[in-house]
Design a protein around this ligand. Sequence first.
Ligand code: ADP
Ligand code: MG
Length: 211
Amino acid sequence: MIQNKFGSFSLSNEIQKALRVLDYEIPTEVQERVIPLALEKKDLIVKAKTGSGKTAAYAIPICEMIDWLENKPQALVLTPTRELAVQVKEDVTNIGRFKRIKAAAIYGGHPFAIEKTELKQKTHVAVGTPGRVMDHIRKGTLPLSRISCLVIDEADRMLDMGFIDQVEEIIKELPKDRVTMLFSATMPQKIKDLSLNEQRTPARIDIHEDS
Ligand code: ADP
Ligand code: MG
């Protein structure tokens, strides 16, 4: 078996194979720090700049923990923009390809009926913007009972775009027994407050600018 530097995380062969296809040989610093803790189901608050590889840092552990047989979503990723939702869906699909993991992107401006159908079939990971996610929750088209992992990506942009109240509203609907990972390039007080309110003694990971 070919080993890569991701081999030290005790990832399944399916995930390691997918990382080789993606040409991810060496974990970035944020991946190095996040993956082992996320695999242990620790709550995390992570500060790391854009381009540091945050998506795979959470997508790898999420793909590891997905039970393919379960049709309802097991992870929910909140993103501030539709572009990011689509990108994260693609990244999750690529990392989870050999486990045949299904991800759905749900966001304003995208046909609701198509999303509804996708969510009704098999969706392991739902990725979406807060407004549309809340729409699906209200209409009962996004089942939350099996969600065991929540990711809040680009939390500072969520705040800038006025989405934090919606994020809080969504969190209230989620099962309490879950892991929550929060990622942000900057840590304004409002984001620290969100973490204090919604996370269980999270591990703090701070990747410095100059690294
Ligand atoms: P961030 O969310 O921190 O801004 P991304 O997760 O979007 O960063 O990753 C930035 C780029 O780096 C993407 O093009 C991604 O495919 C690539 N990338 C991520 N991790 C690795 C890795 N371990 N090896 C090589 N490229 C990587
Ligand atoms: Mg990102």
